[in-house]
Design a binder for this molecule. Structure first.
Ligand code: SF4
Length: 263
C-alpha cells in the first residue's frame, strides 16, 4: 500500500477518538472541488514522496497505548493494493479503523466488512443520482454507488454518509440525496470552502459561490426528518499541505471540525 502522508495525532478525524490519519495517493474520481489535487492528479501524485508502510506501522505500534483509532483517507483507499493487509496489521495492535471512501468499490468494502477490518465508514455522496458524474468529474457507475450504500447500511458496524455542498448544489439536490438514502443512520452536510494555501482540483471552482453554513442549517431542517441523525459539519482547515521531510516522510497540516447537531 502506498502512503503519501501520515498524521500521528488527530482529535477530529474520527469523532470521539484519538486517531492517527493515513493519506493514500490516487483516486478514480476528479471532483472539481477536491482539496487534495496533490493526492489525486496522477502527474502530481505519482512523483510524490511516500512514507514507507513499515514506518507507519512502527509509529502506530509505538503509539498504540495512546491512540485508539486509525483513519485511512485519501485519495481513494479502496483502490490501494495491500489495504486489507495494512488494516489487518492495525487490528493486531488493537486499534479501531475509520475508512473514508467515495463508494466506487463495493467489492472491496464487502471484503473489508467480511474480514471485520473496519469499524466506521464515511462515504461521500457527491450529488443526487442525475448529477453524480457532474460532481465526481468522471462518468460514475451508479450501480456501484448504490451497492456501496446498501452494503454500508446493512453491514458496516457504524457509518455516515456525507455531502460536501459544492457550488451548484441546491436545496432540492440535498433533499433528493436524503430521499435516496432515506432512513440512513447518519447524514452530514459539509460546507464548501477553499483551504488556505491550497488549490482545488479545478482552480476555476475556487471563485464559485456555494450555499453558506447558515443556509445549510436551514436545509438541514428539511432533510433531518429523512435520516436518523447527523447535522452540518463546520471544518476549519489548516492543511494538508504536503511538505517533504527527511527520508520521504511527509508532514500534513491538521484539520479540525465540529458537527453541529440540529436534532
Ligand atoms: S474529493 Fe475524494 S473522491 Fe473526489 S477527487 Fe478528491 S479524493 Fe477523490
Amino acid at each position: 500500500m502506498d502512503v503519501a502522508a501520515f498524521v500521528p495525532l488527530s482529535l477530529s478525524d474520527h469523532e470521539g477518538h484519538v486517531a492517527a490519519v493515513v493519506f493514500v495517493p490516487g483516486c478514480n474520481f476528479r471532483c472539481p472541488f477536491c482539496h487534495n489535487p496533490d493526492l489525486v492528479l496522477p502527474e502530481r501524485a505519482a512523483g510524490g514522496l511516500r512514507v514507507p508502510v513499515d514506518e507507519v506501522l512502527d509509529q502506530l505500534c509505538d503509539r498504540r497505548d495512546f491512540l485508539d483509532s486509525v483513519v485511512v483517507s485519501g485519495g481513494e483507499p479502496t483502490l490501494q493494493p495491500g489495504l486489507q493487509e495494512f488494516l489487518a496489521a492495525v487490528r493486531v495492535m488493537g486499534l479501531r479503523v475509520k475508512l473514508d471512501t467515495n463508494g466506487s468499490r463495493p467489492d472491496v468494502l464487502r471484503d473489508l466488512f467480511e474480514g471485520k477490518l473496519v469499524d466506521y465508514v464515511a462515504m461521500d455522496i457527491k450529488a443526487p443520482p442525475a448529477r453524480y458524474s457532474e460532481f465526481a468529474g468522471v462518468p460514475v457507475d451508479l450501480v456501484r454507488i448504490e451497492e456501496s450504500i446498501r452494503l454500508i447500511r446493512s453491514t458496516a458496524p457504524d457509518y455516515e454518509f456525507r455531502t460536501t455542498v459544492a457550488p451548484g448544489l441546491a436545496a432540492e439536490d440535498l433533499r433528493t440525496i436524503a430521499d435516496w438514502i432515506l432512513g440512513a443512520k447518519r447524514y452530514v452536510l459539509q460546507p464548501f470552502r477553499v483551504p488556505p494555501e491550497k488549490g482545488l482540483l479545478d482552480p476555476t471552482w475556487s471563485d464559485r459561490e456555494a450555499l453558506s453554513p447558515h443556509a445549510l442549517r436551514g436545509i438541514w431542517d428539511l432533510v433531518a426528518p429523512l435520516v436518523g441523525g447527523g447535522g452540518v459539519r463546520a471544518p476549519t482547515w489548516a492543511g494538508p499541505s504536503l511538505r517533504p521531510m527527511s527520508r520521504g516522510r511527509r508532514v500534513v497540516g491538521r484539520r479540525t471540525s465540529s458537527l453541529r447537531r440540529l436534532r
